[in-house]
Ligand binder design. Structure first.
Ligand SMILES: [Cu+2]
Length: 404
């Protein structure tokens, strides 16, 4: 599996099902809604709004500027092997390749994307994660940074979630900068996540693994050779794993994935960094630094570049996201370069992983076995998640590195 395997794949459309706003009982309510709809449509000049049944019909299906989706993607929410006792869920471009983090989505400013989410998580599992017995069972897709209408908000409140066994299409629009209106573009590093599992904010869904990255590029942006996601969360976790479980790279035959950050010297490596949970963190990479710009790349004249700080450690709060591009081993060569949170009690508790930089021929430098040997997790302990489901399982460190 290569980094490219987590990227966006086009697919055909899927049938639409899903929750609808509750039918209001009583003809009086219906009459009131019709009157309200007529008044609202008159006030709005009826431009761009669909007319159907109920007040939700007043909501536009797509953001302004997105007349038709340019692409469609199928996304599956599935249950993955448990990590010890912990339920793990993941998004995948196929059910078999679901993982946490989910696949990195990529868009270009000006593009409109339709993502059809299929909920294959068993109802019984969602019931176990539910904190309130009256809360509906379902999963959703809520995105940061790009434009969407309320129908693609991914919340229970807006009925934009997906009950078990059903599907729903979410529309994302990577709006361009509008110089006349003074509104910014959407280019940047973002994330998407569930907003429904367990409760109205998707806390259990995010904590179980339903999150992934989104990169919006501008035409002309430098393209990375590899993209990795590091999601900093509670219990000192990176991608919901700690210590040896966060880095399961095979020293002989490393396969890029959520638990194996690997690159050849000279390759342009992109990190999507996201904060989940309740804690503050910092993202620090050994041996590498980057410009504190939108992409981590420094552009422009020397005078302009002088205005941009160079950093190797960046603060991350809950819900924050940023991205950086670095050149692997630039000036420092191959090696096992640590990535960690610089809140010391977090890194001491296992909030670290490693970027393995191979030489130009793809040879792993010596010394990388250290983490695995120290943790005693080189062989899978009893109860560890079985391999299968691609890069998804927490891997051999699961039992040795509990998250709770
Ligand atoms: Cu931290």
């Amino acid at each position: 599996m290569t980094a490219a395997a987590w990227r966006l794949a086009d697919d055909g459309p899927a049938p639409e099902t899903g929750p609808q706003p509750p039918a209001r009982s009583g003809s009086t309510t219906r009459r009131m809604l019709v009157v309200a709809a007529i008044v609202a449509l008159t006030l709005l000049g009826a431009g761009g709004f669909a007319v159907a049944n109920g007040a939700a019909a007043l909501l536009p299906e797509r953001p302004e500027g997105c007349d038709q989706p340019d692409r469609t993607v199928q996304l599956y929410a599935v249950e993955l092997p448990r990590d010890g006792n912990q339920i793990r869920l993941g998004y995948g471009l196929t059910p078999e390749t679901a993982s946490y983090p989910g696949p990195t989505m990529e868009m270009t400013e000006g593009e409109c994307l339709a993502v059809t989410l299929h909920n294959q998580v068993p109802a019984a599992t969602l019931e176990q994660l539910r904190t309130d017995p009256t809360h509906p069972l379902g999963v959703s897709l809520h995105v940061h940074g790009v434009k969407y209408t309320q129908l693609s908000d991914g919340t229970v409140q807006s009925y934009s979630y997906v009950p078990p066994g059903q599907s729903r299409t979410y529309t994302w629009y990577a709006k361009k900068r509008d110089r006349t209106a003074g509104t910014p573009g959407t280019a940047g590093y973002w994330w998407y996540h569930d907003h429904v599992v367990g409760g109205p904010h998707g806390t259990k869904g995010i904590g179980s693994g339903l999150f992934g990255g989104l990169v919006v590029r501008r035409p002309g942006d430098l393209r990375p050779d590899r993209t990795y996601m590091t999601v900093f969360g509670d219990q000192q976790s990176i991608n919901l794993r700690r210590g040896a479980a966060a880095d399961t790279c095979d020293q002989e035959n490393p396969q890029p994935g959520p638990t194996c950050i690997v690159a050849k010297k000279g390759e342009r490596v992109e990190f999507i960094v996201v904060g989940i949970g309740n804690d503050m963190h910092t993202f620090h990479v050994h041996g590498h630094s980057w410009a504190d710009t939108r992409t981590g790349v420094v552009n422009g004249t020397n005078a302009e570049a002088d205005q941009v700080p160079t950093v190797d450690n960046k603060t991350l709060g809950p819900g924050d996201s940023f991205g950086v591009q670095i050149v692997a081993g630039d000036s420092v060569g191959p090696g096992h370069w640590m990535i960690h949170c610089h809140m010391q009690f977090h890194s001491d508790a296992g909030m670290y992983t490693t970027m393995h930089v191979l030489d130009e021929n793809g040879n792993m430098p010596p010394g990388g076995e250290h983490d695995h040997a120290t943790a005693g997790a080189a062989t899978a302990p009893a109860g560890a998640a079985p391999a299968g489901g691609g890069a998804a399982p927490a891997g051999s460190g699961a039992a040795a590195h509990q998250h709770n």
